[in-house]
Design a protein around this ligand. Sequence first.
Ligand code: UN1
Length: 496
Amino acid sequence: MAKTFKNFIGGKWSAPLTGRHFQNRNPADTNDLIGRFPDSGAADIAAAVRSAQVGYEQWSRTPAPLRGDVLRRVGDLLSARKEEIADAMTREMGKVLAETRGDVQEGIDTAYYAATEGRRLFGHTVPSELRQKFAMSIRRPIGVCGLITPFNFPMAIPTWKAFPALLCGNSVILKPSEDVPHTAHLLVEILLEAGLPEHVIQLVHGSDAAGKSLVSHPGVPVISFTGSTATGSAIGEVCGRMHKRLSLEMGGKNAMIVMDDADLDLALDGVLWGAFGTTGQRCTATSRLIVHRKVHDKFVAKLVDAAAKLALGDGREARTQVGPLIHEASRQKVESYLDAAVLQGAEVACGGSRPRGARTANGFFYKPTVVTGVKAGSRLATEEIFGPVLSVIKVGSYEQAVKVNNEVKYGLSSSIYTRDVNLAFRAFEDLQNGITYVNAPTIGAEAHLPFGGVKQTGNGHREGGWEVFEFYSETKVCYVDYSGVLQRAQLDTYDI
Ligand code: UN1
């Protein structure tokens, strides 16, 4: 009998006021029911906000170094339980164990990075233009932060948002993807065990209805969302009307460029990892391969050969290299892209279908797929697929590669394989992306550097690294005039 899980609201684990639940199943084996989770509604969100406001009063007054201490303990607990959590994550999300371990590790890195920020959280001290006057800025918390997170990094992405938000002195309401509620449950258990005061964190499970209530609640001044561009736009409209602070992390159509002087074996390892790691379900996944015509045929032949050999299966089995997609709707979306591409004359060089066989019979599997001859401007060349599908585009020069890279509406990550150092540095300027890798694939961002994209990928904010602390805090400027007389800025400054 599968367990029925609860929300964490008002300092206790509680059943949803809607009385409804949804099922969470293993995408590699749909017979495996992980649990039933709350399908929460507006009243659950309202209760969470009331509690988070209480938590905010307490937590915003807790010194930042002490807030950091809690996050350090969170990092310790995640480290101690890494293996067990990774196993649970693979069971509910599907990607292979090595990758869920990496996902937990990203949470650990984020915890320790945020913990030390408790002893920095720098403001600025600058000279005043007037005598005997002091001028500085400090960072202040904002309030209740509503965090809406996706399925593909069930641990890392909630931690990217929650840990800096908490470190800055905010309280948090987490609404995780309904595809990975168990990981969020484990994370909240750990936050509480580490000593986070109980009203400071709320966990509200559910689908779009819960997310919408969170976004439109007037008691939640900060929203951070990672997910599709369509949902991000809808959230942006509401937040715009309500003057909320909003961080959006949305789609990508990331390209790897392989120049004619590249180390092709290195590039091959890179593209296999970038395109088919996480079954292509990363915002940073390598979705397009832009290859110089001089090496195109040779490189594609190697790629097709290797991609066809990747072993599909349950991510908890050691021999598995590629897990399932998250659910049937994702698989059907992938299929619709393939159908359209073939109609337009593209060639499926490998994959392009569901696998057969007992190991994959009960899950949402799809073969790693390489499509060549993809037409510029076609859906396959421009839209985010979020599956194990790589589109190959042949180019004749660096300039053409840059043009192809840039002619999509997204701008998350890009990569170039070359031995020419001048070209590598030119690429930093020419490629319109928030992240560019040289001689490494489009995935692999590290927790202590800012993460995000340009153009339609985001709205100018970054997660991770030093920049995220700006998002979760407000700048407050403080002046102290210790002259004992009225000094008028601008007027008295030069009148002496
Ligand atoms: C995402 O793709 O949604 O760079 C996040 C990476 C990971 C994070 C990806 N560290 O691929």
